[in-house]
Design a protein around this ligand. Sequence first.
Ligand code: LLP
Length: 421
Amino acid sequence: MDDFQYHGQELFSEKIPVQKVAEKIGTPFYLYSYNTILNHLRVFKDAFKKVPHLICFAEKANSNISILRIIIKEGGGFDIISGGELYRALQANADPQKIVFAGVGKTRDEIRYALKSNILMFNVESTDELFVIDEVAEELQTKARVALRVNPDVDPKTHKYIATGLKESKFGISISNAVQEYKLAESLENIDVVGIHKHIGSQITQTGPFVEAVEKIISLADILKKEGIQIKYLNIGGGLGITYSDESPPHPKELAAELVPILSKTKYTIIFEPGRVIVGNAGILVTRVLYTKMNEGKNFIIVDAGMNDFLRPSLYDSYQRILPVIKSSADKNISADVVGPICESGDFFAKDRILPDLKKGSLLAVMSAGAYGFTMSSNYNSRRRIPEVLVKDEQHYVIRERENYTDLIKGEKIPEFLNHD
Ligand code: LLP
């Protein structure tokens, strides 16, 4: 898979044995391949080179500022969801004119921060929000560029937690009300209507839902034009899936083969918001087997990473490939649950998985963990968040240190009345 390959019995990332990095850094940690990220980005850009476009990487997938730097150096911008993500993007030296801000619950403070930073546009998700953006823009004596996030009511055929474009979802404004909402937006003094945004869900493995949704928003743009509302940007969101086990999602080129003919008939600048497809298969979680045991005939492999470090299997029952960092051909296979140290039954990475009969101390790689891995991690059970390491050729770089115990209580205070013994 990409730049994670076995050479002999050993799993490498690019030109470095994963074991070597594990020995230097200690486990658990995230490891990302620089060249894989770069390659994924370039493939995506190249697939859509026939249409004028901007790639706004969905920062929620992986927001380490070094990863953001890779995107920036390739000319990309960001899809952000919070003031924190804006801060990160700016710290990485992003061009604010390549930042788009989505989310159903932007606060006044976040709106102010984004306006002061002169981001490209807000993807507005409700009438209430539109009014608040108008007010804040007035207060700052500026104009806010906006797209309305339209919910096209298209089934992305994905996990229900990551489907966002169905009419019952909380996202965007309903397409049936869109013209009315656009007229309202146009009428507001401090709002400059510049685009249409849609994002129907994540880990989409077919082209059909994309085509259907794009056609719907292009029809909307046509209607708006007739109403005298001219937009410049068509933001078609993210959502392209990756292979975790046996899915075969369309390659960006296959998606482009269907979308480019439709998009190139228009004169809009197209915004893409890919996240997972850029970084998902460019990262792994490296963890060490602490113990193995058998309970009632069931095998458990207990590893040093937990659901706080990598939540996807617990939250979505997601399948993640798990590979031994060192293969041993003599090992027999067993069926086992791979579980973490957290005090929850939901703390697992795999159930009934066929794996080599590993001994304590063995290293495992949880594959396809580069997207929604670290960004969804937490300090649950007062566990320190783990390091992130970037590999490039034969070098590795720690791009985030392991937290220490003092980080865990940062900002906590004991009130005076509790201070006396
Ligand atoms: N644009 C918007 C407005 C989004 O909400 C998202 C993802 C994206 C773009 C990027 O989607 P992608 O290309 O990565 O599919 N934590 C879940 C995924 C949640 C996705 C949320 N929105 C997971 O681990 O599967």
